[in-house]
Design a protein around this ligand. Structure first.
Ligand code: HEM
Length: 453
């Protein structure tokens, strides 16, 4: 290693031995890849994010918790990422949009972050769970009506990907006559993984700016109005940035949480399946996804502000570090495996890292879990004879190193007329009234898990 922030090209494990987070090995069985990396490298391994872009994948549970908590040493401001800052990335490299800095809550740090996050958590706390449940149930019923007469459907494209943005649009106070356009803007932005790719644009930015202005002029009871009227007196651009982060960070992961749970629940209805043997209910299925298939799989990124030795990895200031949440949840130090009988036997049902850790931990766990629980419950209560149309091993995942959720979930069921079997009462209650607590594991032997170099 040379001076601070520079690397001797001859000793650059991060580029010479990096293992791709794309292609057959990753796409086929990411857990097998993580375990191989853990055996070969220990808790931190060199990976390629996309061709030409190296990163460190943090596989150790305590290492992820430690890095996420040490927010001064491991920044989330990706403008510090040397490969992009210094133009080392090969021309045309497709950097995932979620890693590109934009002003506002998504990449804020220190006092600015504390202030913006506080406004958001205050607004989220004002949400009435009963009314969120009603909105979710109502939208879920409408989405199911659109395909229930067919006897077949794609539970990702026709359901899981649509439910969260429609619910979020309602909670944000988007006027009913503009919800379709708003959701289209959200889903187009989601579908545009790289800036400049088809679908990217600032339609969502325009929708949000108009919404903030409308709620400033005429406040109602919704998240946007509560942010606009917060005593911190945020300017419009700051409110817009918070809403953008809510949609960007909330929409896709909630869809993946729901589709992951649905895959397990639908397969669990087939006699002889592993899920049926475990007798999974909706909440078990959600817990299982959070442990073994977390939606933000490698998507929490950090950039070290100092050189550091972490595990056997010599990390240089300006490198990109990805929190391997799925790998960390399966770390043998927790005494569990990646499979097992439901969530029983796990060391603490809620100790997984699916919501992250430290000051940037997901502030919307309760909401996300409620949307996924109600969404899964309504679907199971409406459709009978549900089964997968293809064997589970043939279900495709998105080609994303950060969030490789299900791309499609084709199912068959007994055709049912729209508006059939509507239920007046809530179908499911969320399992936990309070969000999962910050992980509390402290291992006395691991206090010195990193060193400045
Ligand atoms: C309605 C749904 C959701 C909303 C509104 C939401 C919102 C957010 C926001 C605003 C942040 C940034 C927090 C900050 O900067 O302080 C965040 C972070 C995070 N969220 Fe969520 N989220 C949602 C669902 C989910 C789901 C379903 C998951 C995965 C199970 C998830 C996992 C995470 C993680 C891991 C982080 C931390 C990222 C990091 O440390 O860099 N979120 N979420």
């Amino acid at each position: 290693m040379t001076d601070h922030g520079e690397r001797d090209a001859a000793h650059t494990p991060v580029t010479t031995e990096a293992v791709p987070l794309f292609g057959e090995d990753f796409g086929g069985d990411p857990h097998a890849l993580y375990e191989r990396l853990r055996r070969e490298w220990g808790p931190v391994a060199p990976v390629l994010l996309v061709p030409g872009l190296p990163a460190w994948l943090i596989l150790g549970y305590y290492e992820v918790v430690g890095v996420c908590r040490a927010s001064r040493l491991f920044s989330r401001d990706t403008r510090l990422w040397a490969d992009l800052r210094d133009g080392h990335a090969p021309p045309g490299t497709a950097v995932p949009a979620g890693l590109l800095y934009r002003p506002g809550l998504a990449f804020a740090e220190g006092d600015e972050h504390t202030r913006l996050r506080r406004c958001l958590t205050d607004a989220l706390e004002r949400l009435d769970p009963a009314s969120t449940m009603r909105h979710t149930q109502e939208i879920a019923e409408e989405l199911i009506d659109a395909f229930s007469p067919e006897g077949r459907g794609d539970l990702v494209g026709q359901y899981a990907r649509l439910l969260p943005p429609y619910v979020l649009a309602r909670l944000l106070g988007v006027p009913e006559n503009g919800i379709g356009r708003f959701v289209a803007a959200v889903t187009h932005e989601e579908a545009a993984p790289h800036p400049g790719s088809p679908g990217s644009g600032d339609a969502l930015g325009r929708e949000l700016a108009a919404l903030v202005q409308a709620r400033r002029e005429e406040p109602t009871e919704d998240l946007t109005s509560w942010l606009v009227g917060h005593p911190a007196a945020l300017p419009d651009e700051a409110v817009t940035s918070v809403l953008h982060t809510v949609l960007r960070r909330g929409d896709g992961p909630t869809a993946d949480l729901l589709s992951g749970a649905l895959r397990r629940l639908v397969h669990g209805r087939e006699p002889g399946s592993a899920e049926a043997a475990r007798g999974l209910d909706v909440e078990d299925a959600i817990d299982e996804v959070l442990w073994t298939d977390p939606p933000v799989q490698n998507g929490a990124a950090r950039v070290p502000t100092h050189d550091a030795l972490l595990g056997r990895a010599e990390i240089v200031a300006g490198d990109l570090m990805l929190m391997g949440i799925a790998a960390a949840n399966a770390d043998p130090v927790l005494g569990r495996g990646t499979t097992g009988p439901g969530v029983s036997g796990r060391s603490g049902r809620r100790a997984h890292l699916a919501w992250g850790a430290g000051p940037y931990r997901c502030p919307a766990q309760r909401l996300a879990r409620q949307i996924a629980s109600v969404g899964a419950g309504v679907l199971l209560s409406r459709l009978t004879g549900l089964r997968l149309e293809v064997p589970p091993e043939r279900l495709e995942r998105r080609a994303s190193p950060l969030a490789p959720g299900l791309d499609a979930l084709p199912v068959l069921f007994e055709p049912a007329p729209a508006n059939a079997a509507r239920r007046a009462a809530p179908v499911v209650e969320p399992a936990f009234a309070e969000p999962d607590p910050e992980p509390e594991f402290v291992n006395p032997f691991r206090q010195s898990w990193w060193h400045h170099s």
